[in-house]
Design a protein around this ligand. Structure first.
Ligand SMILES: [Zn+2]
Ligand SMILES: [Zn+2]
Length: 352
């Protein structure tokens, strides 16, 4: 039964039922073709973009921001195995409601590996700065990049070297083969040492068979101190991600992003002061794990850090988007806390 419902959902996404005209025209300069069939014949190239939009239409925010507006796009907001979990969909003994909901096109419980894209606008143009490229990067990019008109990847900043943060480095070959000559990667020494093993052929391209086209990556080793990416100051926020394992959050302007954290060292708190938007790890509703904050601990940290607004990320399948958000919105009434779960495809205009 569950498999049948999953199959139906998948087929519904593939069959592309007629789409009603959007309430707002999709006005991005790169997308002059209409989203709906009829007025102008749709090119195959546009059809692919439309398919991506259709399969995520409930999530896609078709607002158009001016070129001079910086924004954050949530490329992925889930755990390493993704949501829905395959194991939940094949379990005939019980139904996982969240994973079942996540099979529906556009459902906000559908989550891929945690990552954000910062579209940083300055006087030189708008730069696409990606934080992490995990195992599902290709699938995320397939959904959101065509939909939101993202063409180049102007830098990638790495939080840590787990597979859900760096597993997509190989997929960057599509960009360096077809869009741009290379991509600068910002990574600390410890994680670069891991990459030398996991992605040895991207670090030492002499290992590549002549003629084979792999990602052209330019590695920049960062320390736990501020660095500049396309004129944007980026401040590392060192945190613990399990006992004895360090991960980096990053501060961009007054936005703080901490995707993988089990504890915040005292020396990092001053870097979190006067935070406008906090994006933080909240794995599960009941408790923390040894490597991630659960919701109770994440809320404790929000009360301590006192950001103006918070969006949680990195949620597992026990976090039902609508249910948890309903509970979180009550905190606005009782404590004045503006906290919600993020979701894949969410766009937030920001000032950087
Ligand atoms: Zn599940
Ligand atoms: Zn991790």
């Amino acid at each position: 039964m569950i498999l049948r419902r999953f199959f139906d959902a998948a087929m519904a996404a593939l069959l592309l039922p007629p789409l009603a005209p959007p309430a707002r025209p999709f006005a991005h300069a790169r997308f002059s073709a209409p989203l709906y069939p009829g007025a102008i014949p749709i090119s195959p190239r546009w059809s692919a973009r439309r398919a991506c939009l259709l399969s995520n239409i409930a999530n896609a925010d078709l607002n158009t921001f001016p070129e001079e507006q910086s924004e954050i796009i949530f490329v992925g907001t889930g755990t390493s195995e993704g949501i829905p979990r395959v194991s939940c969909l094949t379990d005939t003994s019980k139904t996982c409601e969240v994973c079942l909901k996540a099979t529906q096109p556009g459902n906000k419980n559908r989550r891929r590996n945690t990552s954000i894209l910062i579209r940083y606008a300055n006087s030189f143009g708008r730069f696409n700065i990606l934080v992490d490229a995990g195992k599902f990067f290709y699938h995320s990019a397939l959904c959101w990049f065509p939909a939101y008109g993202v063409r180049t990847i102007d830098a990638v900043i790495i939080t840590h070297s787990h597979a859900d943060a760096i597993g997509g480095l190989d997929d960057l070959r599509d960009w360096t083969n077809n869009v741009q000559p290379y991509i600068p990667i910002y990574v600390n020494k410890r994680d670069f040492e891991v990459m030398k093993k996991t992605h040895y052929y991207l670090v030492d391209t002499s290992a590549v068979v002549p003629g084979a086209a792999v990602s052209e990556l330019q590695f920049n080793i960062i320390k736990e101190e501020p660095f500049i990416v396309h004129n944007l100051k980026v401040t590392p926020l060192p945190v613990w991600h399990g006992q004895g394992y360090r991960s980096l959050g990053f501060r961009f302007g007054d936005i703080c992003y901490i995707s993988d954290v089990s504890d915040i060292p005292e020396e990092t708190y001053p870097l979190l002061e006067d935070c406008d938007l906090l994006i933080m790890d909240a794995l599960r509703p009941d408790r923390s794990s040894s490597t991630h904050f659960g919701l109770p601990r994440a809320l404790m940290e929000v009360r301590k850090i006192q950001p103006r607004r918070t969006l949680f990320t990195g949620m597992m399948h026990l976090m039902d988007h609508d249910k948890v958000n309903e509970d979180l919105s009550k905190l606005n009434d009782t404590e004045g806390l503006d906290i919600q779960l993020s979701y894949d495809g969410l766009r937030v205009p920001v000032k950087l």
